[in-house]
Design a protein around this ligand. Structure first.
Ligand code: SF4
Ligand code: SF4
Length: 177
């Protein structure tokens, strides 16, 4: 039956394309792992991408991104910044040091599925602040799992402070005539 064979043929073609694309992705991943191992850097993100807008890049006047890249994924060639995408670990150092907002764009996906986009230094600073705040909360929770633990350590001082505050507020106002 012509209808059936036509359909099967199309499915086979799709399968071949899918297999070829999977094979090339596996090859790319293998090359990436080998390259990163060679430079001694750990790959911490599930996936990611980096792009540079050559229309706004200051190029020869700048090259800060090339200087700060820990894996040498960025290099100077024929008058512009070039990228070896396989070497990029999406660390965002280049974005943090770029003198032009929205010139470099780094996108990355964390192991937990969270995606992040960085286009300017403020984006990186905001993330660092968020991580620091999260770490502070975690450390405090480890030190004082509940109110009892806090009061055991600092209860005496906390009570003394409270007493002092109460005494101050009960004093007659000296500015009054
Ligand atoms: S994100 Fe990090 S590894 Fe990737 S190009 Fe920028 S500085 Fe280099
Ligand atoms: S830091 Fe930014 S402006 Fe400077 S060369 Fe790199 S991409 Fe271009």
């Amino acid at each position: 039956m012509p209808k059936k064979s036509e359909k099967t043929g199309r499915e086979k073609t799709t399968d071949i394309y899918r297999l070829l694309s999977e094979a090339s992705e596996k090859k790319r991943q293998k090359e990436r792992t080998e390259l990163l191992q060679a430079v001694g850097v750990e790959d911490k993100f599930e996936e990611g991408d980096i792009t540079i807008d050559m229309k706004t890049c200051k190029g020869v006047e700048c090259k800060f991104c090339i200087d700060v890249c820990p894996t040498n994924a960025l290099y100077w060639k024929t008058g512009e910044v070039c990228i070896i995408k396989e070497l990029c670990i999406y660390c965002t150092s280049c974005v943090l040091n770029c003198m032009v907002d929205n010139c470099i764009e780094v996108r990355r996906k964390r192991q937990n599925g969270e995606t992040e986009v960085f286009c300017k230094p403020q984006d990186v600073s905001l993330l660092l602040n968020k991580i620091n705040a999260r770490n502070r909360v975690r450390i405090i929770k480890d030190l004082f799992p509940d109110d009892e633990a806090y009061l055991k350590q600092y209860g005496k001082h906390a009570r003394a402070r409270l007493k002092k505050k109460k005494r101050k507020s009960s004093r007659p106002n000296s500015k009054r005539p």
